[in-house]
Ligand binder design. Structure first.
Ligand SMILES: [Zn+2]
Length: 168
């Protein structure tokens, strides 16, 4: 009897450990879940290539590369707020760059070992859409981070005029 109980306990612990281990391995659950067929219908060809297939737009070709208007950059796939113009800077790389996301919860970091490089992939925390990569060569005076983001992955919403500090 005792041995049977003991074995059951081992079984439970074993399952618990195994389940936990599985959860840790890259299975972030996103609020917006669509099938690839649905995404294909909703997104343009280029958006689908970048957001769903982790493609990269050609350097210097993006709409928001030299975009200097106050406002909020949202996810082109799900309209979730991702970056603020306050944190945008010119990195000279050919892609829009930010030194941080609009909030810590807005993006998720994934390890990316593709193309023989070790990089940190940045995805939208709401739908899992691929946005770009994060590098540690950003502005030293702030975060030191560079969020290198595809214009294609972003939409832009102009800031509504604030009541104060609008004129400099
Ligand atoms: Zn999204």
């Amino acid at each position: 009897m005792f041995i049977k109980k003991y074995l059951t306990l081992i079984g439970i612990i074993g399952c618990f450990v195994a389940c936990n281990a599985q959860e840790k391995s890259d299975t972030t659950v996103f609020k917006v879940n669509k099938t690839e067929t649905e995404w294909k219908k909703e997104l343009s060809e280029e958006e689908y290539y970048v957001l769903r297939q982790k493609g990269t737009e050609r350097a210097g070709t993006g709409t928001y590369n030299h975009h200097e208007v106050n406002g909020v950059y949202t996810c082109a796939a799900c309209q979730f707020e991702l970056f603020s113009s306050d944190n945008k800077y010119d990195s000279g790389s050919g892609w829009p760059a930010f030194d941080r996301p609009i909030s810590e919860e807005s993006v998720v970091e994934n390890k990316d070992s593709s193309h023989g490089m070790q990089r940190v992939e940045i995805v939208c925390s709401n739908c899992g859409g691929h946005l770009g990569h994060m590098f540690e060569d950003g502005p030293r005076q702030t975060t030191g981070l560079r969020y290198c983001i595809n214009s294609v992955s972003l939409n832009f919403e102009k800031k509504k005029k604030a009541s104060s500090g609008e004129e400099k």
